[in-house]
Design a binder for this molecule. Structure first.
Ligand code: FES
Length: 131
């Protein structure tokens, strides 16, 4: 029967959606203070560990984006990868992910990475982590 494959497709689709935390309601997030915004000027990156979650925050042309710092292809670190537009390129095998939403855009990765919402309040950067 085809139910097994359908269930896997449903699970993958919903799992991918869950990785993009930028779309979660604020009531389902805890906003964690990271650093003064002045420590992340345009074109720079900031690496932080929130609990067991390695996260990299980019300042791209004045806009901030936070993603998980682990490639879904082979668990390599992503944060030092080149930026091509809004995509970060994994330094190990070239997979690309959109930093705006965590979407896997280029093989060999097919699974999205987490993307987290960012707020700047009173000059400080906050990252939203799911409760
Ligand atoms: S570990 Fe990132 S592409 Fe292989």
């Amino acid at each position: 029967m085809g139910w097994g494959k359908q269930a896997i497709r449903w699970w993958n689709r919903n799992k991918k959606i869950m990785f993009n935390y930028t779309t979660l309601e604020e009531s389902k997030l805890d906003f964690v203070e990271i650093a003064p915004a002045s420590e992340l000027p345009n074109g720079e990156r900031l690496f932080v560990d929130l609990g067991d979650k390695p996260i990299v925050i980019f300042n791209i042309a004045g806009q901030l984006f936070a993603i998980g710092d682990v490639c879904t292809h082979d668990d390599g670190p992503l944060g030092d990868g080149l930026l091509e537009g809004s995509n970060v390129v994994c330094p190990r095998h070239g997979a690309e992910f959109d930093v705006r939403n965590g979407k896997a855009m280029q093989m060999p990765a097919v699974i999205d990475i987490p993307a987290y919402p960012i707020r700047v309040k009173d000059g400080n950067i906050f990252v939203g982590i799911p409760k």
